[in-house]
Design a protein around this ligand. Structure first.
Ligand code: FE2
Length: 335
């Protein structure tokens, strides 16, 4: 029988001791106002000189990868290294003659080259040259290493789905040397429009590991603008979906003076400016951006992009495809 004479304080203590909590006291349950995260900007003019320090302070032989992570300043826990809820991004630098030894991990990653040329990322034995604007995939559990054969530093943007793996408890990491490489076909085998190899092929990610900026721009230029924007998606040629299960990439072009709409999405995104200058209003924050600036677009914020002059392009990486597959992607336009 229950004892109704017991004090509420005692009841609360008993519940706590039994690892129970009343839902009616919850800070988050039954609330319809979702807290929005603010956008963050990493201006290249500020970041580039700071990367110089990392160039002389250390090297990949010592620290595995010369990387400066990009942290959302609103992260509360020091263990939360995310850049935006589901994505973790960083700047990585390799100097001429350096190499970053092979390893692999369960996290999927993209590399997007911001400055320099002459480096190669080797993914499951396939050599992917890195030029400015190229997107290189290192899908989960693929062996990858980097080597720099050029004569100037190369800097690229890394974006990984680390926060999702931390949540799922699926973080795995293995040092090289690479061994038991899976069978691969050259990118050329999958890179011809209208044709695919007539072979059995099964993997969760695209069999293409390198998407050149030249190809992306040429695809972009073949489509018309809609409301001042045109956009192409980097896809897995085998199924037309995102390049990897939890990372979905786009090249976006904006035009000057076009009527640009305000949009909102349940997806999170991170944008790297390829060319042009402009302004993005993301929720309550307005960001001025230019070439090589990187900014986040946290979910559920209203977003409006405008261009200062001419055209502007940015590469966007998001969790959109994953949310779509889970039935959680909602997108709205307020024009
Ligand atoms: Fe890695």
């Amino acid at each position: 029988m229950s004892d109704r004479a017991v004090s509420p304080v005692t009841v609360a203590e008993q519940w706590k001791a039994a690892n129970l909590a009343p839902l009616w006291d919850s800070m988050i349950a039954h609330k319809d106002d979702v807290a929005l995260k603010q956008a963050t900007l990493w201006p290249w003019a500020q970041v580039r000189p700071l990367l110089e320090h990392a160039m002389w302070m250390t090297n990949p032989d010592v620290v595995e990868r010369r990387v400066l992570s990009m942290r959302d300043p609103s992260n509360v826990s020091p263990l939360d290294e995310s850049t935006v809820n589901t994505l973790q991004a960083a700047f990585q630098v390799l100097l001429p003659g350096e190499s970053a030894r092979p390893h692999r991990h369960s996290m999927n990653a993209i590399r997007f080259v911001l400055e320099g040329e002459g480096a190669v990322t080797v993914v499951d034995g396939k050599r992917c040259p890195m030029q400015v604007g190229d997107l290189i995939l290192t899908p989960g559990w693929c062996w990858h290493e980097h080597e720099h054969l050029g004569d100037q530093p190369i800097i690229w943007l890394d974006v990984l789905d680390v926060p999702l793996h931390q949540y799922f408890g699926t973080v795995r990491f293995q040092r090289g040397p690479a061994k038991a490489l899976p069978a691969t076909l050259e990118d050329e085998a999958f890179g011809r429009a209208h044709f695919l190899p007539d072979v059995e092929w099964s993997s969760a990610h695209s069999p293409l590991f390198r998407y050149s900026m030249a190809d992306a721009v040429s695809a972009l230029q073949a489509i018309p603008y809609q409301h001042g924007i045109r956009r192409v998606r980097y896809v897995n040629p085998l199924d037309g979906r995102g390049v990897m299960p939890m990372l979905d990439c786009y090249l976006v072009e904006l035009t000057e003076g076009a009527e640009l709409r305000v949009t909102r999405s349940t997806s999170n995104a991170l944008c790297a400016v390829v060319e042009g200058t402009g302004t993005s209003t993301i929720g309550e924050r307005t960001i001025q951006w230019r070439k090589n600036d990187v900014f986040t677009v946290p979910q559920n914020n209203w977003v409006r992009h405008t261009v200062a002059s001419g055209i502007a392009r940015f590469m966007m990486v998001s969790d959109k495809d994953m949310l779509a597959r889970l039935g959680l992607l909602e997108e709205e336009t307020n024009s």
